[in-house]
Write a protein that binds this ligand. Structure first.
Ligand code: GDP
Ligand code: GDP
Length: 438
């Protein structure tokens, strides 16, 4: 879940960075420095009472000689504020009220975010109240005297900040399906992302991912929400500041780890490559649901390949995820693009599905009747007593047997096939756990 962001604004030299250091109580918190439109700032982790959040210094707000904002600075600051839940406007209590402070206050009143006014450099408690008093004029409510250097007043300020953060429940109740779009460079991930965004006009917002350089995007469609994981990694590719590892396989692995459903994007012209197989292996290991998206289908000569032939050939090479449905799309023409999220719904449902013990045992009985378990050289035959589902996402079924060693790979695969044939579980890996008698 993305942490709520608290933005610090104010003109240069009022003590913003000193205050950020003070508020980010954990002194050695990871400092995330990163370029990007709204992200070229330093985010610091902070907590107060029972709340975690992040503090970002939006940089000094600069003005020209007539105390007008420099336009690009204003734009940057507006973007930074757009993602903040609370803004702390820092003014200099030693220097007193300035024209620039008034201009900033005016601008802040036009923003939708709640603003707290911190009057910095108020080392002495009594004097601080007097220093702070003149800032009532800014019309932003009570000025809080603080000292970034000594720390006084910051507890009261943080109380006010935490009171204005959205309730934790609202953040945790986020039931969105986590979707990672992964694939080699140039297979069309960012084109697909754009196609989604164009298709589903109800984009909710960009939200920060687990680390500062990941940005997720929430997409809403009908009554469902999707969290597209690490869209920063997909979109920022054209930014030369990023090294190749930014889009590398490790980044994809990280996205997969956070995903419920992985969209493994394949270039129809290239077919399944070794890197695709590597990603598929990771999807299976991490237990994600998966849809194989064969993109650029518009560019394939249809008489040389039918979907059926293609699917068979690609499927053979994607053996790790033989259970994943394959869809043939074009990000360019949008052919079947809306179908992708339908498939995401289906496989996400299977991923979380729970089957009753009675039904599992019916399937096992049937399977055993068709194919008796193997016998070893000593004449001992494998017996399956019963099975029960012990986990979801991905579904895991424990099979209680007399001796797991009696069941070789072939028979295990046979049982999995039977379970899939009878119960479905399309698009999700399933785990069979063979348990012997104690
Ligand atoms: P920024 O440009 O707004 O980020 O300001 P800085 O944090 O770099 O601080 C600017 C100057 O104000 C530095 O010389 C700080 O030492 C000083 N300063 C910051 N906080 C305080 C404070 O609480 N009291 C006093 N007296 N000086 C402060
Ligand atoms: P990414 O690196 O995976 O994000 O790939 P991009 O979305 O940047 O696309 C790489 C190249 O493939 C670009 O030149 C796109 O125009 C092209 N491309 C993407 N989707 C399609 C498609 O559906 N059909 C065709 N013919 N080309 C596509």
């Amino acid at each position: 879940m993305g942490l709520p962001v608290v933005a610090i604004v104010g003109r240069p030299n009022v003590g913003k960075s000193t205050l950020v250091n003070r508020l980010a109580v954990v002194r050695d918190a990871i400092v995330h420095d990163e370029p990007g439109v709204t992200r070229d700032r330093t985010y610091r982790d902070a907590f107060w009472r029972d709340r975690d959040f992040q503090v970002v210094d939006t940089g000094g707000l600069l003005f020209d000689d007539d105390s007008e904002f420099l336009p690009h600075i204003r734009q940057q600051a507006s973007l930074a504020l757009a993602e903040a839940k609370v803004a702390i406007f820092v003014v200099d209590g030693m220097a007193g009220l300035s024209a620039a402070d008034e201009a900033i206050a005016q601008w802040l009143r036009e923003q939708s975010v709640p603003v707290l006014l911190a009057v910095n450099k108020c080392e002495s408690a009594e004097k601080g109240l007097i220093q702070a008093a003149e800032f009532w004029q800014l019309g932003l409510g009570e000025p809080f005297p603080v000292s970034g250097i000594h720390g006084n007043g910051t507890g009261d300020l943080l109380d006010q900040v935490v009171d204005r953060l959205p309730p934790t429940e609202a953040i945790e109740a986020d039931e969105a399906i986590g979707v990672a779009i992964v694939g080699r460079p140039n297979v069309g991930k960012s084109s697909l992302l754009n196609a989604f965004v164009g298709e589903e006009r109800a984009i909710v917002s960009s939200v920060s991912g687990t680390t500062r350089d990941t940005i997720d995007m929430l997409v809403e469609r009908q009554d469902k929400r999707y969290r597209l994981i690490d869209t920063a990694g997909i979109r920022k590719k054209k930014n030369v500041e990023y090294g190749p590892e930014f889009f590398g396989i490790n980044r994809a692995f990280k996205a997969i780890r956070r995903a419920d459903v992985v969209l493994l994007v394949i270039d129809a012209l290239d077919g399944v490559t070794e890197q695709d197989q590597k990603l598929a292996g990771r999807v299976a290991d991490d237990g994600c649901a998966c849809v194989v998206v064969v993109n650029k289908w518009d560019a394939v000569e249809k008489d040389s390949y039918s979907i059926y032939d293609y699917e068979k050939q690609a499927g053979d090479r994607l053996n790790f995820i033989h259970w994943a449905p394959m869809i043939f799309v074009s990000a360019h023409t949008r052919q079947r693009v809306p179908k992708i999220l339908d498939l995401v719904d289906t496989v996400a449902e299977q991923h979380k599905r729970r089957v009753s013990t009675a039904v599992i045992n019916e399937v096992l009985e049937e399977a055993l009747a068709w194919h008796t378990p193997p016998t070893n050289r000593q004449g001992k035959q494998g017996k399956i007593y019963y099975g029960t589902q012990v986990a979801t996402a991905p579904p895991a079924i424990a099979l209680f047997v007399n001796d797991p060693k009696l069941f070789g790979d072939n028979y295990r695969r046979y049982i999995e096939r039977q379970i899939r044939q009878s119960l479905g579980f399309a698009g999700t890996p399933i785990r069979l756990m063979w348990r012997g008698k104690k």
